[in-house]
Design a protein around this ligand. Structure first.
Ligand SMILES: NC(=O)c1ccc[n+]([C@@H]2O[C@H](COP(=O)([O-])OP(=O)(O)OC[C@H]3O[C@@H](n4cnc5c(N)ncnc54)[C@H](OP(=O)(O)O)[C@@H]3O)[C@@H](O)[C@H]2O)c1
Length: 332
């Protein structure tokens, strides 16, 4: 697989990563199978999808434990990125950016991951009660202590900006400018896909201009862009899509032209090319610093997604995809 180098620490990873979240969190718990997930992670490493993206809060904790079982056997094949700063509370997730907590959480992640060093340690959410410089300073100390190789910041869930009339990622960019004063940012993780292209406006250019890598979360639109979901079929109550405004039967039906556009492009490339692969190839085409991290718990889809690294979209493809209708259904 093509390899890409990102960030100040010149981290090299396979162009398509693996989001491990669906193995233990966010999507229909009844379909989570430990053994199948382990096979999926091994398959990703076999195919050169080296970046394994997890977080202490996925599960909580069980996703890191699962990734740790693979790292124990083949640490040198993998690039592990995990996250700190978000906890699962009784009713909500809660941010915690206190320096002492961050350091303890890192030690706990290292134990669960069965490794001495985390390749990319990401701040999952900034804590509104703690100046972000303090949290980032604690994370920088972890780099100096050799427990972490590089730092990243997540901007998923940055939705408030639009309501206040500013651009979606303005707040994130201000935060990035602040933490850069403390220690270099190696990667930013935010949503980017054909149906959520907002990061292209300012966040992606900000990263590119500074040699910062971009981890594209939800590159398959939570599965919608694969064309395998049937409008109206419904989701289990614990599945994030059961409450997601784009996943009502009405909005899924209204957004079918987006899937149809991906399918048209796939058909032009012939053979076995799928809408999912086109969706990932579109993300890859947004810059050499961009790494999509499609989430899956299935070996079969890991293989399909890794195949997107070899798909080269033509200028005609990219023009057509840029003209797809905007997605309907919004959190705002
Ligand atoms: N930093 C953050 O706050 C944040 C937030 C969200 C996500 N993320 C990261 O981004 C990663 C990706 O996001 P995501 O998993 O939410 O969304 P996604 O990658 O857009 O979509 C995941 C969904 O697509 C399905 N899928 C994957 N490949 C497929 C294929 N080839 N054909 C058909 N279906 C396919 C998966 O099904 P199965 O589950 O059945 O395999 C899963 O339901 C996560 O795993 C996580 O690492 C980070």
């Amino acid at each position: 697989m093509e390899r890409r180098t990102i960030g100040a620490a010149a981290l090299t990873v396979g162009a398509v990563g693996l989001g491990c979240m669906p193995m233990s969190w966010a999507y229909s718990a009844s379909r989570q199978r430990g053994a199948e997930s382990l096979r999926a992670v091994h398959r990703a490493l076999d195919l050169g999808s080296t970046l394994l993206d997890t977080a202490d809060m996925y599960g909580p904790f069980t996703n890191e434990l699962l990734v740790g079982r693979v790292l124990k056997e083949r640490r040198s094949d993998a690039f592990v990125s995990t996250k700190v700063g978000l906890l699962v509370g009784e009713q909500h997730t809660v941010a915690n950016g206190r320096p002492g907590y961050v350091k303890r959480a890192c030690d706990a992640s290292l134990r669960r991951l069965q490794t001495d060093v985390i390749d990319l340690y990401q701040l999952h959410r900034a804590d509104p009660e703690v100046p972000v410089e303090e949290t980032w300073g604690a994370m920088a100390e972890l780099v100096r202590a050799g427990k972490v190789r590089a730092l990243g910041l997540c901007a998923v869930g940055a939705r408030g900006g639009r309501r206040s009339g500013s651009r979606l990622h303005d707040g994130t960019i201000r935060r990035l400018e602040r933490v850069q004063q403390v220690f270099p940012v190696s990667a930013v993780q935010a949503e980017l896909s054909v149906w959520s292209p907002e990061a292209l406006e300012s966040l992606l250019p900000w990263c590119e201009a500074r040699g910062v890598g971009f981890l594209a979360a939800m590159p398959l639109g939570n599965g919608f862009l694969t064309g395998t979901l049937v409008p109206g079929e419904g989701f289990e109550p614990d599945d994030v899509r059961a409450r997601h405004p784009r996943f009502t039967a009405e909005m899924m039906a209204a957004n079918q032209p987006i899937v149809a556009g991906l399918r048209r492009t796939a058909e032009r490339h012939g053979g076995d090319v799928t809408p999912a692969q086109v969706a990932l190839a579109w993300v890859l085409a947004q810059g050499r610093h961009v790494i999509p991290v499609p989430g899956t718990k299935r070996e079969r889809w890991v293989t399909e997604n890794a195949g997107a690294a070899a798909l080269r979209l033509t200028p005609q493809d990219l023009t057509e995809l840029s003209r797809l209708p905007a997605a309907r259904g919004s959190w705002d």
